[in-house]
Ligand binder design. Structure first.
Ligand code: VGL
Ligand code: ZN
Length: 202
């Protein structure tokens, strides 16, 4: 059992990020058994859920002529344009049916504002708008977060960097994560995390 000051944060283990989903991550479902087991080792478990309105600005389909996986400029900086995924209330946005959810005390939804994406569990992509997770964790006396889930190089990585910036101890259990790996994004994420003091366990 990990100490009560450590929380397990399970990022976006949703149907659309698993094989057969709209933004499938290779082997995205291969991590679920391990994550389910980890939940018994933590007294605080948080799940995150990517949760977009249909008119979300991160969807290539909402930018006429733009290709999925291209990059556009948003008021808050560069933004990858994704296939339509994790639309609020859809089957694709649901957690994978094999993921345990009963040990989780909090489910945090993100990316619910049409004008801004939110990879991180802590801040939207403007790096300013808070999701509320920091306050929740601090109020519960959490000082260290252990991150698992999808995708290593986007939502897990952004969450890890923000957690480190906020002063939490951070571990990424990379074997319980899977990556999209767009233009070298996995290696870049790992490097940035290690430079930020994140404990990266392969
Ligand atoms: C994610 C791309 C778009 C993720 C979410 O969970 O890593 N990636 N939305
Ligand atoms: Zn998304």
């Amino acid at each position: 059992m990990h100490p009560a000051t450590h929380a397990l944060i399970v990022i976006d283990v949703q149907n659309d990020f698993c094989p057969g989903g709209a933004l499938a991550v290779a082997e995205g479902d291969a991590i679920i058994a391990q994550i389910n087991g980890l939940m018994d080792e933590f007294q605080t478990v948080v799940l995150t859920q990517d949760w977009h309105p249909a008119d979300h600005s991160s969807f290539a389909a909402n930018h006429p002529g733009a290709a999925a996986f291209s990059v556009t400029e948003m008021p808050y900086g560069p933004q990858v344009l994704w296939p339509v995924h994790c639309v609020q209330g859809s089957e694709g946005a649901a957690f994978h049916r094999d993921l345990r959810s009963e040990p989780a005390q909090l489910i945090i939804r993100k990316g619910f504002r049409a004008a801004i994406d939110s990879y991180s569990a802590f801040f939207e992509n403007d790096h300013q708008t808070q999701t509320g997770l920091e306050g929740y964790l601090r109020a519960r006396g959490i000082t260290h977060v252990v991150l698992v889930g999808l995708a290593t190089d986007f939502c897990v990585g952004y969450s890890a960097l923000d957690a480190a910036k906020l002063g939490f101890g951070v571990t990424v259990l990379a074997q319980a994560c899977r990556a999209i790996d767009l233009n070298g994004s996995l290696a870049a994420t790992q490097k940035a995390c290690i430079e930020a003091g994140v404990i990266w366990l392969d």
